[in-house]
Design a protein around this ligand. Structure first.
Ligand SMILES: Cc1ncc(COP(=O)(O)O)c(C=O)c1O
Length: 432
């Protein structure tokens, strides 16, 4: 049955565009009001770890909703918060153990910024309030998190933002360490609180992992200059890359990991940070406490869901599955690369995979051609959701796509993603 015409007072990211009205989600599929089904190969913005409406997650939400739905962080702890923090501390690398929960990835990064400033202030280093991040980065859309970001999203707000994203991308660990050190020295180490980095880029670069050894090399630079290292794992934490945390691919332990997106099971906004015992021992002594937060920080509904997500990932072996299914997806994409001149190169880890698109002579397209957006639009017409990443690279423009399907995706569904993407690429190629 067709959805009846109705007035629309809702604001979306594309005002004026009649996006389909979604009505139902199950596993890797979303259905719209016209009964069309979409294979969700990107979880919107890399959100879905367990697929839509996973029964165990929905049940956790329902059960918690009948027990306790809200506490205020200055007044109470709550059971789900303690349970989730314990699960994360058990799985986080090194001495990372101290958890603080919020709702969005942006808030998670804001909380890491506040924690870093407070840590240095408590050590008598109140001047350490600057942050550094990479030119290709996205850390969120609140003003602090956007200040950390180098991506296209900051342009309209430039005058409101600090310019923290100054560390150039590098092809090797040595270059990366040298670039970070130069940035620290140019600001003055006595002013720099932390370096924030994504282990695998998301919307700003389409699934580019850090070069081998990069994290260890920048860890050493940070230690030498007394700068904290924050890993933004808003997209990558909890199995996406085939490890509980993506920093495990590199072996270096940051001082803080921020997370978001998938931990809420796609049913509730949930994010957070896990900080090291070293930071905890200092910040716990703060006379003013840790005053940063939001009304819904540590919300029991979100935290109950987070524990159900972790338990399901654990019991269903989804961290290892992400690696194996990522290999299958990569094989299918590799087949597409051999047949489609538009597919220039592939990168990614586990079930976070990126595709760079270029002309058959290897040249990049101008931004005005909107090539990656056109492939994503064709894919949608094929009933396949993929993430389009138009990205500035210096003075050039990069067209890229990202795939981040739920970790529960079946082999048949992975093959179906490739089949639909094949048709979408062919239709755009025919127009070039
Ligand atoms: C790496 C990274 N950090 C932070 C964020 C911000 O998260 P949110 O949109 O939930 O605020 C995003 C969102 O895409 C992200 O990809």
């Amino acid at each position: 049955m067709k959805a009846p015409e109705r007035a629309d007072y809702s604001m979306t990211a594309s005002p004026g565009a009649a996006l389909p009205v979604a009505v139902r989600g199950e596993g890797c599929w979303i259905e719209d009001a016209d009964g069309r089904r979409y294979l969700d190969a990107c979880g919107g913005a890399m959100v879905m770890l367990l697929g839509h409406c996973h029964p165990r997650v929905v049940e956790a939400l329902r059960a918690q909703a009948g027990e306790l739905t809200f506490t205020y962080r200055f007044s109470f702890r709550n059971g789900p918060m303690l349970d989730l923090a314990e699960r994360i501390a058990q799985r986080a690398p090194g001495d990372l153990e101290w958890c603080f929960f919020n709702s969005s990835g942006s808030e998670a990064n804001e909380s890491a910024v506040h924690l870093a400033v407070l840590y240095w202030e408590l050590l008598g280093r109140a001047g350490k309030v600057e942050f550094l991040s990479r030119v290709t980065s996205y850390h969120g859309s609140t003003m602090g998190a956007l200040s950390l970001s180098g991506s296209r999203w900051r342009a309209p707000f430039e005058l409101l933002l600090r310019k923290y994203a100054v560390v150039p991308n590098s092809d090797t660990a040595e270059e990366g360490a040298a670039a970070l050190e130069a940035a620290i020295l140019s600001r003055g180490a006595e002013h720099v609180a932390a370096f924030v980095v994504e282990p695998v880029t998301g919307s700003s670069g389409a699934a580019v992992p850090l070069p081998d050894g990069y994290l260890e090399a920048v860890r050493e630079v940070c230690d030498r200059h007394e700068v904290l290292l924050v890993a933004d794992e808003v997209i990558t934490a909890f199995g996406r890359t085939g490890r509980w945390f993506a920093v495990e691919h590199d072996g270096a332990v940051p001082d803080v990991i921020t997370f978001g997106k998938g931990i809420g099971g796609g049913v509730i906004p949930l994010s957070g940070m896990v900080a090291s015992r070293r930071l905890r021992e200092v910040v716990e002594r703060s006379p003013g406490g840790f005053s940063y937060g939001h009304t819904f920080s540590g919300n029991p509904l979100g935290c109950a869901v987070g524990s159900a997500v972790i338990d399901t990932i654990d019991e269903d072996g989804l961290v290892d599955a992400a690696e194996a299914r990522g290999d299958r997806l990569r094989d299918r994409l590799e087949e597409l690369r051999t047949r489609h001149p538009l597919v220039h190169s592939l990168r990614g880890r586990g079930l976070l995979q990126g595709i760079e698109l270029r002309a058959s002579d290897g040249a990049r397209f101008p931004a005005s051609a909107g090539v990656c957006g056109r492939v994503a639009a064709e894919a949608r017409a094929e009933g396949l959701m993929i993430y389009s990443c138009p990205t500035p690279v210096g003075t050039e423009h990069m067209d890229a796509l990202m795939l981040a399907p739920p970790l529960v995706i079946s082999d048949a569904e992975i093959d179906e993603v490739a089949t639909r993407l094949d048709a979408s690429l062919a239709r755009v190629e025919a127009t070039l």
